[in-house]
Design a protein. Structure first.
Length: 188
């Protein structure tokens, strides 16, 4: 499965600054469980940046985050692949594949695009202020998705069922290949 990651207020908390004796250091804090979350996602999935800090060049996202995270985490984020988009982040997502998108504030256009493709359940809205432990919800088990091809009257649909972090599903019309069965369900 593909994982898409925003940075600000998703992986680092811009509202939670560090104090140094008498002064506020403008250095956002990494999200709790960030290292463990990145290790789990990189081990089990195909991980991409989907942030304004990466428009086709992953090194800009790495440089930006390097100011707020440990060298160990910098080593992990260097493994994340870039995406490129023009107006909305969802342009970079292949809506016909299984994915999860972690973001704190998707635009209305992005939400409408997800709805149009029945993929709104693929969006994980992160709020580090309300739920600072949200990334830990994805550590116990890898995110799980099962896919099925459902044939109804020679029209095929792709059905996706996610069991983590919550049970949800999405579907879309299958556009490739011939549809031969009147009724049938097949796991892919």
């Amino acid at each position: 499965m593909k994982i898409y990651l925003d940075i600000d207020d998703t992986l680092i908390n811009n509202n939670n600054y560090e104090m140094d004796e008498q002064y506020i250091i403008s250095k956002p804090k990494p999200a709790k469980y960030l290292k463990e979350f990145l290790e789990c996602m990189l081990k089990n999935h195909d991980v991409y940046w989907l942030t304004t800090h990466c428009l086709g060049d992953a090194s800009t996202a790495v440089s930006y985050m390097a100011n707020s995270v440990s060298d160990e985490i910098v080593g992990l984020i260097k493994k994340i692949k870039p995406t490129k988009w023009n107006l909305t982040k969802s342009e970079a997502i292949n809506m016909y594949e299984d994915f999860l998108w972690f973001d704190d504030d998707p635009t209305l256009e992005d939400i409408e695009n997800l709805k149009k493709h029945n993929k709104l359940d693929s969006l994980i809205t992160v709020n580090l202020d309300e739920n600072p432990d949200i990334l830990s919800e994805f550590l116990d088990q890898p995110v799980s998705c099962r896919g099925y091809v459902v044939d109804i009257f020679k029209k095929s649909y792709m059905l996706h069922i996610w069991t983590k972090p919550k049970i949800s599903f999405g579907w879309h019309r299958k556009t490739d290949g011939p549809n031969k069965k009147i009724f049938g369900v097949q796991r892919y």
